[in-house]
Design a protein around this ligand. Structure first.
Ligand code: S3P
Length: 424
């Protein structure tokens, strides 16, 4: 797909439902007793992989356009899948479901696409094995395919080396099937949607600072869930609105959970004009975001804020490339093990567009303010790379071509349509 520099962005946009929350609604709804109704569910390929996996384990899930209906069968209601479970491109499905499968009384095998088969699974194999799980990497490379033979599990206190909601959630979900309480402590607090939603379904779970604790064998009950808009999808419009001269955009109903809102803090620190309207703090907090074009300057991004903006770093790189001065990003080595190596890929293509950027072991240094020019970008089948460079193209001279641009179906199927609607 080809893109050109635009004059300005104006209007309103409603981004699709949050990916992390949509996955969890299907998973926890399947483990609950009775009906779970989910509105504003993200119809992206990753979340459809989650639906497909639970259907293969005997859960009836009706995917209607306005509402998902999950006919949950309780904590012990899953059936052995007769086929290999296909996770597609979804790391969240793979890691969270492994925690659930570890505690079942059947065997299962998980696999996924080429990207999933390269992503590190030692981070869940290790804690789940400590709990007594029987989980192996079929090819012995600590990646999927994974074979899991359900077994009796013990409660543990796991101190995770990485701040990862996927690891934390896998351990907490296995903890539902353990013989005692399970605790997870992480080096910095990662997104806490599992903690919030499991408690809403009826689990005995408490969280304090960087530790979450769950008690086993709860009865979970079907619930109604309205999924807020995904701040990770809103991030592209935040960046575009700030960067393109004369822009003013209203992004409606965006989730602003404090474990996810690092992009707002960083954008404001860079000088970005963002106003929160209609803030709502019932359950997962939400707000409308009014974004106006701003002159940005470089900042340092490091430490505990990193997990709260980990998926937004590629588009923050684009903001930094257009900002005056230097932006330094540390403590973000996790970028190397996302859907692509997001340090290498961002350095490769931002350099090709004329930006002065250097990759480091745990982030990047961007000396911003050079004019960007169009180039050809390969998405590396990474949805966030494709959307980030679509934003860069709006301010770059000449034409930018994004190969593999269709990959946005993972998290935001209508992204290009919504973006085009705002372009003037
Ligand atoms: C996710 C957690 C994050 C994030 C991913 C979704 C989740 O991964 O990058 O897109 O839904 O739990 P890590 O927890 O592994 O950092």
């Amino acid at each position: 797909m080809k893109f050109r520099k635009i004059n300005t962005l104006k209007g309103e946009v409603t981004v699709p439902g949050d990916k992390s929350i949509s996955h969890r609604a299907v998973m926890f709804g399947s483990l609950a007793e009775g009906l779970t109704e989910v509105t504003n569910f993200l119809q992206g390929a990753d979340c459809l992989s989650t639906i497909d996996a639970f259907r293969k384990m005997g859960i009836e899930i009706e995917n209607n356009p306005e509402k998902i209906l999950i006919h949950g069968k309780g904590l012990h209601g899953l059936k052995a899948p007769s086929l290999v479970l296909d996770m597609g491109n979804s790391g969240t499905t793979t890691r969270l479901i492994s925690g659930i499968l570890a505690g079942q009384d059947f065997e299962s095998t998980l696999t996924g696409d080429a990207s999933i088969q390269k992503r590190p699974m030692r981070r869940i194999i290790e804690p789940l094995s400590m709990m007594g799980a029987n989980i192996v990497s079929v090819n012995g490379n600590d990646c999927a395919p994974l074979h899991i033979a359900g077994s009796p599990l013990h409660g543990v206190h796991y101190h995770s080396k990485v701040a990862s909601a996927q690891v934390k959630s896998a351990v907490l979900l296995a903890g539902l099937y353990a013989d005692g309480e399970t605790l997870v402590t992480e080096p910095a607090l990662s997104r806490n949607h599992t903690e919030i939603m499991l408690r809403y379904f009826g689990a005995e779970l408490d969280a304090e600072d960087k530790t979450a604790r769950v008690r086993p064998e709860p009865r979970l009950f079907g619930r109604k869930i309205h999924v807020p808009g995904d701040i990770s999808s809103a991030a592209y419009f935040i960046a575009a609105g700030l960067l393109v001269p004369g822009s003013e955009i209203l992004i409606k109903n965006v989730g602003i959970n404090p474990t996810r809102d690092g992009i707002l803090k960083v954008a404001r620190e860079m000088g970005g004009n963002i106003t929160l309207l209609n803030e709502n703090y019932n359950g997962e907090p939400t707000a409308d975001l009014l974004v106006k074009h701003s002159t940005l300057h470089g900042v340092t991004i490091e430490g505990d804020i990193i997990p709260t903006l980990i998926d937004e770093l590629p588009v923050i790189n684009i903001m930094a490339a257009c900002a005056d001065g230097t932006t330094v990003i540390h403590d973000a080595a996790e970028l190397k093990v996302k859907e692509s190596n997001r340090i290498d890929v961002m350095v490769q293509y931002l350099s090709a567009m004329g930006c002065d950027i250097t990759g480091t072991d745990d982030g990047m240094i961007i000396r911003g303010g050079q004019p960007l020019h169009g180039t050809t970008v390969d998405s590396h089948l990474d949805h966030r790379i494709a959307m980030s460079f679509a934003v860069a193209s709006l301010v770059a001279d000449g034409e930018t071509e994004i190969k593999g641009s269709d990959v946005v179906t993972i998290s935001y199927p209508d992204f290009y349509k919504d973006l085009a609607r705002l372009c003037r």
